[in-house]
Design a protein around this ligand. Structure first.
Ligand code: NAP
Length: 337
């Protein structure tokens, strides 16, 4: 199947079956749809990048959750950035750059609602799906509003080289604490320390990594920004200081199957920990401030980020599956133009 760009055709990927465990190609279908002429008051956007995010795995399931499931036989949902290529709408003009949620498809057609004009002169278009978008605000909220670290404290961030974790650790460093990352593999850990400026990074795929975490947190852990769960959370939990704070952002280790139960949940009691789960879309009040700060830091290159870019819509499924195997190195995007 090829998703090459042809005039008057829109390639889309639909969800056609719900996975029981790991997602596979059988759950998706590549579909070719005609691009209908615009009606009055409509806008056509050529999507340049599609964001692939772990939350999409939850939407593929119809189990009880904070959000309704992705319907079957429809375009798979997802954030996009792109450019207005055709318009009959008075406020939208060809060339406008746009942040929207058109999902896994090459073009979006809209009446102008649920889209936002974005400025790519100082911040690259793709960054609006990463550090200056939902993942960045997630990091900002969990770090500033839940962990609220004090100077001299120690914060541990899991999936530290990823879209959310990379921002969370850098924000921690900007406000003073010691930041320790946990990531899969030596290359990711080197990047986390050398480029992102964390104080240390523990490779959880290495032998004896529990001891490495112990050595990297000599004064214990005051704040935990948790993206993974399972054994990774167990290891940090065992290092938590009394009255420590855990921002429970995600537990990706369990998204494709039964999550591993915590080995020592009683530590939450004995260490009097505050554990707070959160969903970033429920905290719209912080988005303007968070996006302003994140945008400025990206523009002046004080906040670093990395992208894994899959080429073309027909590479989206493999790239998505790869998120749950750590194949991405930084924010996972699909380049559509
Ligand atoms: N609460 C919210 O509102 C909210 C919003 C956005 C994201 N999130 C959550 O934040 C977390 C990170 O999301 P992201 O977008 O930044 O993704 P990401 O970190 O860019 O990519 C996912 C990473 O998770 C790690 N991973 C995947 N499977 C794993 C496993 N079985 N065990 C250990 N690590 C595994 C891999 O990194 P390694 O190679 O380092 O293992 C992988 O690269 C996810 O849990 C996501 O659901 C929550």
């Amino acid at each position: 199947m090829s998703a090459s760009n042809q005039a008057a055709v829109n390639h889309q990927i639909w969800l056609v079956a719900r996975p029981a465990a790991e997602p596979s190609h059988d759950n998706f279908r590549l579909v070719q749809m005609p691009l209908e002429p615009l009606a009055p008051g409509q806008v056509r956007i050529r999507n340049h990048y599609l964001s692939l995010d772990p939350y999409m795995r939850g939407r593929m399931s119809d189990a009880k959750s904070y959000a309704p499931p992705q319907p079957l036989d429809q375009v798979m949902l997802g954030g996009t950035v792109g450019e207005d290529v055709e318009s009959t709408h008075p406020q939208w003009h060809v060339g406008n750059k746009v942040l929207a949620k058109f999902g896994w498809q090459e073009y979006g057609t809209s009446d102008g609602t649920d889209m936002e004009k974005i400025d790519d002169t100082r911040v690259p278009l793709s960054a609006y799906l990463g550090p200056v978008g939902m993942p960045g605000v997630t990091a900002w909220y969990g770090l500033n509003r839940i962990i609220a670290p004090r100077p001299g404290s120690t914060v541990v961030v899991s999936a530290a080289s990823g879209a959310v974790g990379s921002v969370a650790g850098q924000l921690a460093k900007l406000s003073g604490p010691r930041a320790v990352g946990i990531a899969g593999g030596a290359d990711k850990c080197r990047y986390v320390v050398e480029t992102l400026g964390f104080d240390a990074c523990i490779d959880y795929k290495a032998a004896d990594w529990y001891q490495d975490l112990q050595r990297a947190t000599p004064d214990g852990v005051d704040g935990c920004f948790e993206n993974v769960g399972g054994v990774v959370l167990d290891a940090t939990l065992a290092r938590m200081n009394p009255f420590g704070r855990i921002a429970l952002c995600g537990m990706i280790a369990g998204y494709n199957g039964e999550p591993a139960p915590l080995k020592h949940p009683a530590l939450i009691v004995t260490q009097r920990l505050c554990v707070q789960g959160f969903i970033v879309s429920e905290h719209l009040d912080v988005w303007p401030q968070a996006l302003r700060e994140l945008g400025e830091w990206v523009a002046v290159q004080r906040l670093h980020y990395r992208e894994s870019i899959a080429e073309g819509l027909d590479s989206a499924v493999d790239a998505f599956i790869g998120l749950f195997k750590g194949r991405n190195f930084g924010k996972q995007l699909v380049k559509l133009v």
